[in-house]
Ligand binder design. Structure first.
Ligand SMILES: Nc1ncnc2c1ncn2[C@@H]1O[C@H](COP(=O)(O)OP(=O)(O)OP(=O)(O)O)[C@@H](O)[C@H]1O
Ligand SMILES: [Mg+2]
Length: 252
């Protein structure tokens, strides 16, 4: 088990390009940031600026990148070892697409337990369902028998069941109804407190990011422009003109 004080995530000049030949386009450009252990870090910026691409590279879903990604102060190999996936879990925007349509909740939750050779399957499944606010009866449901909010609870339970230290959250509430959004956000806040989790969250919602994140980075066209506190974002106190415009335009 990695000691809690060493669970930070860091990127150094992370650079990612897609396509071949003259179609090749750089979508993440020398992005460096540090996500302190136990902290919550937000990534915001216009559509297509590279937020999800960064998360996917951190999660080990895309090994084709330049620069370095460090976890617990050690540089990670582009192809991650299995134990990394136990420590760092990702929650996607659309819980319907991210859950297998023909798998019961029980099997969705059992899979990571088997993969990581964890014991006490029944107890762990009961415990994690309870933690995300679903009764035990939900273990026999299929995704199409769940509401959007319930699906996202299952996706969060799946991420939590291997007892990770870091959650990568890619717009975890944007596919949900406004009233359900608040429930899921409260759940995420509670889970972070109870389990001392570290969060990296992508969202286009300023109210969400300032509620959940202590530090917030603003991206533009693949570059990380600047990093601000939640208070600075709330008050529009940015150093760069682009960021001020972006914050003003994003206010609802
Ligand atoms: N696998 C891929 N192949 C080619 N281009 C890609 C691929 N994945 C992403 N891109 C491109 O990289 C750019 C950044 O995409 P990304 O999904 O990271 O944006 P984003 O900031 O998450 O946007 P949004 O807020 O709309 O989700 C986009 O121009 C996208 O079209
Ligand atoms: Mg995205």
């Amino acid at each position: 088990m990695i000691p809690p004080q060493q669970r930070s995530i860091e990127t150094v000049d992370l650079t990612i390009a897609f396509g071949r030949g003259n179609q090749r386009r750089q979508v993440v450009d020398k992005v460096s940031f540090t996500l302190e252990n136990g902290g919550s870090y937000g990534l915001i910026g216009e559509s297509g600026c590279g937020k999800s691409t960064i998360l996917r590279a951190l999660a080990g879903l895309n090994s084709d990148y330049q620069g370095a990604i460090l976890f617990a102060n050690q540089e990670l190999p582009p192809i991650r070892a299995k134990h990394f996936y136990r420590q760092v879990q990702m929650v996607f925007q659309d819980p319907y697409a991210s859950l297998h349509p023909r798998k019961m909740v029980y099997n969705t939750l059992l899979e990571p337990l088997k993969l990581h050779r964890l014991d006490c399957h029944e107890d762990r499944i009961t415990e994690v369902l309870q933690a995300v606010g679903l009764s035990n009866a939900f273990r026999y449901r299929y995704p199409h028998q769940l509401s959007g909010g319930q699906r996202q609870r299952v996706a969060i339970a799946r991420a939590l069941i291997s007892e990770p230290s870091v959650l990568l959250l890619d717009e975890p509430t944007s596919a949900l109804d406004v009233s359900v959004q608040a429930e899921i956000l409260n759940l995420l806040v509670r889970m972070r407190q109870q389990r001392q989790l570290t969060y990296l969250m992508v969202t286009h919602d300023l109210a969400v990011v300032t509620h959940l994140c202590q530090r917030i980075a603003i991206m533009h066209q693949g570059k990380l422009l600047e990093e601000l506190s939640a208070d600075a974002v709330r008050n529009g106190l940015a150093h760069q003109a682009y960021t001020r415009q972006f914050l003003a335009a994003s206010e609802t």
